[in-house]
Design a protein around this ligand. Structure first.
Ligand code: MN
Length: 251
């Protein structure tokens, strides 16, 4: 049976990375696109609950939703798709989702939502800067999709994939990595509005990484594709054991 693949993103239904990803995945299964009607980058895992959502059928198995990436996955699995997909693929984001980016990322959150709803999911991002060339990442995503359909994923686990924005012959290989730390310096810009009132704009800044071994950011710096298995369970199990052993809390 041909697998059904839900393709989504956080950059909006017209984003080039989405079209190229869906095209590459057409060789793997039957693809349906359900994506936000506009850019939702840094939407994280937000769900729209304060207003109704509208779905627009755009033809060619494409749908737009006037909501977040999480809304898209929720509506796709609950209403739009005729049956449960075998895979959710989110991307290709123009820009990395490394380390702490994961907490803010709409791209990754769509894959988190797919995983929560019991569908193997992966998020794909292009690590680099404009001009973006999506072909290598799309081809890798298609190969990885086949592997996931063949082998499955560990329970409650999604894959966060970052591909260097380089030609395939300039990529060193593929590394399994852990999530690192990525901190931005100078990400709050303080400027004046046309009336001379102070305001703030969060964005940009200079990212820097921790020096940790085996991290997603280190793999990208070394020129490798980074594949990080992320777990839905955010519990720090080592800390849990330490707190249980050393703290006494009463009420
Ligand atoms: Mn984005």
């Amino acid at each position: 049976m041909t697998p059904l693949i839900l393709v989504t993103n956080d950059d909006g239904v017209r984003a080039p990375g989405l079209a190229i990803l869906a095209q590459a995945l057409q060789g793997v299964g039957r693809t349906v696109i359900v994506a936000p009607d506009r850019d939702n980058s840094a939407a994280s895992h937000s769900l729209t609950m304060t207003r109704p959502l509208r779905v627009k059928e755009l033809g060619g198995n494409r749908y737009s939703v006037d909501g977040t990436p999480t809304d898209c996955v929720t509506l796709a699995l609950g209403k739009i798709l005729s049956c449960k997909p075998q895979l959710v693929v989110s991307g290709i984001n123009p820009g990395p989702n490394l380390g702490d980016d994961v907490s803010y990322s709409g791209t990754v959150s769509a894959a988190v939502e797919g995983t929560m709803l019991g569908v193997p999911s992966l998020a794909v991002s292009l690590a680099g800067e404009d001009p973006f060339s999506y072909e290598t990442a799309a081809a890798f995503a298609a190969r990885l999709a086949r592997t996931i359909l063949d082998k499955g994923l560990p329970r409650d686990t999604l894959l966060n994939v970052n591909v260097p924005n380089r030609r395939s012959e300039e990529i060193q290989g593929v590394r399994f990595t852990r999530q690192g730390r990525r901190v931005y310096d100078g990400a709050i810009k303080e400027t004046l509005d046309p009336w001379g009132r102070q305001h703030y704009w969060i964005g940009g800044g200079t990212p820097f990484w921790d020096e940790g071994e085996d991290t997603d950011a280190q793999a990208i710096i070394a020129g490798y594709v980074s594949v990080t298995p992320l777990h839905l369970d955010l519990t720090n199990h080592k800390a849990l054991r330490k707190l249980e052993a050393e703290w006494v809390l009463t009420i």
